[in-house]
Design a protein around this ligand. Structure first.
Ligand code: EPU
Length: 421
């Protein structure tokens, strides 16, 4: 397995382009299953999860053509298998996103249950309950969800919890359903809105985008000739590099971003002492060489502070001035990075879903590893400020969600290199 080795101590500076959003690209590629016409999706990030999604669609008979600019043409006219096998779902939970579109367009789907994962139990009961309400027949057997429907029926769905992929699956199911579906307590994440805009570009009738209530008037079929859709920029990648600059007391400019999707993160960076300047599609962060101040954070669904930025801010609090309290409310077990940071000298106390960090003047490099994507990224950030070398193991997690992380950090002055297995 590849590893990253980071020698801490450099202040990051420079400019960086941000890639398309992983968590928008995954549902949008799944949504292409709904299209009667080939569709081209642009600004696709260069990530393992994208390769897995292409494998997932490819084994169904979908034809995928990718060009050097990471535009993917998806052609579903020869699809002959309606399954998401365990081998793929176990490496990428987002595979569950094919359930809604397969059921809506082909009337059948057989999708492996995702099971538990490093950050919590992550059930899919809300997806399944709502599909049942829309008239699907669902059996869970042998670790697989077997779903069937002649045509799904629109109805009112009140989601018990805000769920991102749940809202996305139901949106994709509802666009071809008979009648109107109303999804209340829908997720408002920008990636959900991006999917909704993509579906509308294919001919769907969705209103209430960006609000917690989505209204979907079902149509007979979807697809538009020569449709090209560009994925929105990745707000979590953006936030991760901004924290990398803040933690190293540096100054960077990130380009090709959508600043409005980062309000909660930028507020916390400002509170930590960063000077933030915003343009139409760029953000500049300048610490003026100062040590960050500790901040208190409570994660919650969008537009509140994202759980996907929690680990990175934990790394920042570990070296910040003061005591910062971080409360994780979205996932039950998302502090896997804390023990590893403690091994680097961080002073963090865990009390159920809260991490109390007393900032230290320095961390020391150590061999570390993590079991999920954002936790792994946070260890790289900690490595950027630690004295000596930090060796981050199991970086396949990072490759799932960060496009060329070592090249991007090195471009801003970090001493980082990949050690191939
Ligand atoms: N939940 C249920 N039942 C369900 C669905 C969700 O109880 O049927 C619970 C979950 O267990 C969790 C909460 O609801 O406690 C929210 O989970 P959600 O369904 O929103 O998470 P997700 O859709 O599985 C997406 C992102 C995650 C991100 C979360 C929260 C994708 C592919 N994944 O996951 O991204 O953390 O939303 O914003 O969009 C990442 O990129 O590193 C990542 C983990």
């Amino acid at each position: 397995m590849d590893k990253l080795i980071i020698t801490g101590g450099t202040q990051l500076s420079g400019e960086l382009r941000i890639a398309g959003a992983k968590n928008a690209a995954l549902p949008i590629l799944a949504a292409a299953l709904l299209s009667e016409e080939p569709v081209t999706i642009g600004n696709i990030p260069h990530l393992h999860d994208i390769t897995t999604t292409m494998q997932l669609l490819g084994q169904m008979g979908v034809r995928l053509t990718i060009d050097e600019k990471m535009n993917i043409e998806v052609d579903c006219c020869e699809i002959n298998k309606f399954e998401a096998p365990y081998e793929l779902v176990k490496t990428m939970r987002a595979s569950i996103l094919v359930l809604g579109p397969l059921l809506a367009r082909y009337g059948q789907a057989c999708v492996s249950l995702p099971g538990g994962c490093a950050i919590g139990t992550r059930p899919v009961d809300i997806h399944l309950d709502a599909l049942l309400k829309m008239g699907a027949e669902i059996k869970v057997e042998g670790g697989y969800i077997h779903a069937k429907a002649s045509r799904l029926k629109g109805c009112k769905l009140v989601l018990e919890k805000v769920t991102v992929t749940g809202t996305e699956n139901l949106l994709m199911a509802a666009v071809l359903a008979e009648g109107t579906t109303i999804i209340e307590n829908a997720a408002k994440e920008p990636e959900v809105s991006d999917l909704a805009h993509f579906l509308n570009a294919m001919g769907a009738k969705i209103t209430g985008i960006d609000t917690g209530v989505l209204v979907i008037e079902g149509v007979e079929k979807l697809g538009k000739k020569d449709l090209y859709y560009k994925i929105l920029p990745d707000r979590i990648e953006t936030g991760t590099y901004l924290v990398a600059a803040a933690i190293t007391r540096g100054k960077i400019k990130v380009k090709d971003v959508r600043p409005a999707t980062l309000d909660a993160v930028l507020d916390k960076l400002t509170e930590a002492g960063a000077e933030i300047t915003i343009g139409e599609d760029w953000i500049e962060l300048d610490m003026h060489g100062r040590r960050p101040k500790a901040v208190n954070i409570r994660t919650a669904p969008y537009p509140a502070f994202p759980t996907d930025m929690q680990a990175q801010f934990t790394a920042m609090n570990a070296v910040a001035d003061g005591v910062g309290v971080i409360t994780e409310t979205v996932f039950e077990n998302r502090f896997m990075h804390v023990q590893e940071m403690q091994r680097m000298g961080a002073n963090i106390q865990l009390e159920s879903n809260t991490a109390i960090c007393t900032g230290q003047k320095k961390l020391t490099g150590a061999p570390v590893m993590a079991t999920d994507l954002r936790a792994s990224a946070s260890l790289v950030l900690a490595g950027l400020v630690a004295e000596g070398d930090t060796l981050v193991d199991r970086i396949y997690h990072i490759d799932r969600g960060y496009d060329h992380i070592e090249e991007k950090l090195a471009q801003m002055g970090a001493t980082i290199r990949r050690i191939p297995r």
